[in-house]
Design a protein around this ligand. Structure first.
Ligand SMILES: C[S@@+](CC[C@H](N)C(=O)[O-])C[C@H]1O[C@@H](n2cnc3c(N)ncnc32)[C@H](O)[C@@H]1O
Length: 498
C-alpha cells in the first residue's frame, strides 16, 4: 500500500534523529549501512533502515518508524531482518526508533537452543559499550584485513543490488548472485570475454566497473578480504532446501581443519562443499601454518557439490582468494557420493577417485536420501555395515564415502548428526566404523548452531588406520557461549593424545 506523504516525512525525520544519535554514541559513518538489503529467501527481500556493521560483523538492525504507535511493527520488522540476515547466528542487537521513542533489544538464546529471543535493554549502547558487550568471538578468519574486508563487503552488497535490479534480462534473486560471480571471475582473470555469459547488460556493466574502480585491478589483490567479503553476500542464499544448503559455523570449520592439519602438497577434498568454507580455511591453514607457496595451494583443493549455485559460490570464493594462482582449481558440479559419473549434469572430473585423498573435510547433508538417489538402492547399494532400512541415510552414505575417498592413513574431519553415535538402529554402522577407522574425537555441538536441522550435530575426527586395541577417543561437548575457546582447548588435548 502506498504510504502517505506525511508518514514518509515523519520517518525521514526519525532517520535523521537516528543518524545524530549514532554520532553522539561514538559510531562513525563507516560503522553503518543505510537501506541494507536483506534476503529472506531467493526473490523475496527487503531493506533494513540501518545496519550497524563493525569489523565485518553485523551488530545492530535499526528500524525507524515515523510514529510511536508503530513501535511494535518496527520491532517485528527489525527482528525479521536480524534473523533473516544470518539465521545461524542472528544479529545480536535491535534498535527500534519510533517517533520520539528509542529502544534497544539484545538477542538471548532460547532454552531449547533453537531460535532466538530479543529482550529489551535499559539504554542505547555506545560504540564502546557495544564492542564490550559482544566481545566478538571471531574465528581468526575475520580478524585480519578487517577494513579491507568491510570495504569489499559493502561494495559487493551494492554490486549485487545493481545486478539484481537489472530488468532485462531479469537477474533477480539467485540469478543475480550467479551473474555477479561471473563478473568477478572475469575481472580476476582479466578475461572480459567471459562477461558475455553473465547476461549483464552494457549499462549494468558500466555501473559495476565504476563501483569497483576504487580497488584497481582485482586480479592483483591479495585475496582473503575479497574472498570472505564475497562469501558473506552468498550467505542469504544458504537456507536449506532439498539438498541441505547452509553455512557451517566458522568455529567448527576452524576446529576440523586444525585437527586434521592438511599439509602442503596433500590432496584435500570436500565432496559437499557448499560455499567452500572448509576449502577456504584449508587454504589459509596451508599458507599460514605450513607456509605453503600460494601457487601450489589451488591444485591441492578438490570440491564438488550437487547444486550449481554452490559450485559457483565455492569456485568464485577460491578464485578470489587465490587470484592468478587458481589455474588448477578443481571445483566441480558433481554428486559427491560416487566417483563415477551418473547424472547428465555432472562435470567431467579428473582425479576424483577412491583412495586418492589425504584429507576429507565436510559437512554433508543428513536425513533421508533424496528421491533421485533411488538408484543407490536399486543398484543394490547397501551400507558397508551390512544393515538395512534406516541405514540408507544421507549421512551414512557420506560417512562411508569419506572413508572410501581417503588413502590409508588419511584424515577425516566431518560434521555428522549425533544419532550416528546414539541411535540403536545405527549400531551396525558404529560396529563397522570402529573396526575400519580410528575415531580420534567426537565433539558434541550445541543444538541450534545449524539452523536448518533439528538434529544435534557433532564434529568427528578420524584416521583411516585400523584401530589399536587400546585406542583412545576424545569425547567432548561444547556450549554455545565461548564455543571457539572451548574448541581450541579440545584441540590442544587432542594433539596431546595422538
Ligand atoms: C551443509 S552444506 C555444506 C556447507 C559448507 N561446509 C559451507 O560452510 O558452506 C551441504 C552441502 O551438500 C550439498 N549436497 C547435498 N547432496 C549432495 C551430493 N549428493 N553430492 C554433493 N553435494 C551434495 C548441498 O548442495 C550443500 O551445499
Amino acid at each position: 500500500m502506498p504510504r502517505a506523504v506525511g508518514e514518509e516525512a515523519r520517518e525521514a525525520t526519525v532517520k535523521r534523529r537516528v543518524r545524530k544519535k549514532l554520532y553522539e554514541l561514538g559510531y562513525d559513518d563507516a560503522d553503518w549501512v543505510e537501506e541494507a538489503k536483506v534476503t529472506f529467501y531467493p526473490s523475496r527481500d527487503g531493506d533494513a533502515d540501518f545496519l550497524v556493521c563493525i569489523g565485518g560483523q553485523p551488530l545492530i538492525v535499526i528500524e525507524a518508524e515515523g510514529d510511536e504507535k508503530k513501535f511494535e511493527d518496527g520491532f517485528r520488522q527489525a527482528r525479521a531482518y536480524a534473523v533473516a540476515y544470518n539465521p545461524e547466528n542472528p544479529i545480536p542487537f535491535l534498535w527500534v526508533a519510533a517517533g520520539k521513542l528509542d529502544k534497544m533489544f539484545r538477542a538471548q538464546p532460547t532454552q531449547t537452543g533453537i531460535g532466538v529471543r530479543y529482550e529489551p535493554i535499559d539504554r542505547l549502547l555506545s560504540r564502546e559499550e557495544l564492542l564490550d558487550a559482544i566481545k566478538i568471538e571471531k574465528p581468526e578468519t575475520f580478524q585480519r584485513d578487517l577494513q579491507l574486508y568491510e570495504r569489499f563487503l559493502n561494495v559487493f552488497q551494492k554490486a549485487l543490488r545493481i545486478v539484481q535490479e537489472q530488468s532485462r534480462p531479469n537477474l533477480k534473486g539467485e540469478l543475480g548472485l550467479r551473474s555477479l560471480a561471473g563478473y568477478l571471475m572475469a575481472k580476476v582473470k582479466g578475461d572480459d570475454s567471459e562477461l558475455r555469459k553473465t547476461k549483464i547488460t552494457k549499462r549494468t556493466l558500466q555501473q559495476l566497473d565504476k563501483l569497483f574502480e576504487q580497488f584497481g585491478d582485482l586480479g592483483r589483490h591479495e585475496g582473503w578480504a575479497m574472498a570472505y567479503g564475497f562469501r558473506q553476500i552468498v550467505r542469504p542464499f544458504f537456507r536449506g532446501g532439498e539438498y541441505g544448503r547452509y553455512f557451517t559455523p566458522p568455529e567448527v570449520i576452524q576446529f576440523l581443519v586444525s585437527a586434521t592439519d592438511p599439509k602442503p602438497k596433500e590432496r584435500i577434498l570436500d565432496f559437499a562443499c557448499g560455499s567452500g568454507g572448509f576449502l577456504g580455511q584449508a587454504a589459509r591453514h596451508l599458507l599460514e601454518t605450513h607456509k605453503a607457496p600460494p601457487d601450489e595451494i589451488a591444485e591441492c583443493l578438490f570440491g564438488c557439490d550437487i547444486d550449481d549455485t554452490c559450485m559457483i559460490a565455492t569456485r568464485t570464493f577460491l578464485e578470489l582468494m587465490l587470484p592468478e594462482k587458481q589455474k588448477k582449481l578443481n571445483i566441480w558440479r558433481k554428486d559427491g557420493l560416487t566417483a563415477r559419473k551418473r547424472f547428465g549434469w555432472e562435470d567431467e572430473v579428473e582425479g576424483f577417485d577412491e583412495g586418492q585423498f589425504d584429507v576429507v573435510l565436510s559437512n554433508p547433508p543428513a536425513g533421508k536420501l533424496p528421491s533421485d538417489f533411488g538408484f543407490l538402492e536399486s543398484e543394490g547399494y547397501q551400507f558397508a555395515g551390512k544393515g538395512k532400512g534406516r541405514q540408507n541415510l544421507y549421512e551414512v552414505a557420506f560417512l562411508e564415502q569419506a572413508i572410501k575417498m581417503v588413502k590409508d592413513g588419511g584424515r577425516i574431519g566431518i560434521v555428522l548428526p549425533e544419532g550416528i553415535f546414539a541411535n540403536a538402529q545405527l549400531k551396525p554402522v558404529r560396529d563397522w566404523l570402529l573396526k575400519t577407522v580410528t575415531v580420534e574425537a567426537v565433539v558434541s555441538l550445541p543444538r541450534g548452531i545449524f539452523p536448518f536441522t533439528p538434529s544435534k550435530m557433532c564434529a568427528v575426527v578420524m584416521r583411516k588406520v585400523k584401530p589399536r586395541k587400546k585406542r583412545r577417543t576424545l569425547l567432548a561437548e561444547v556450549s554455545r557461549k565461548g564455543m571457539l575457546n572451548q574448541l581450541q582447548e579440545i584441540l590442544k588435548t587432542l594433539k596431546e593424545c595422538h
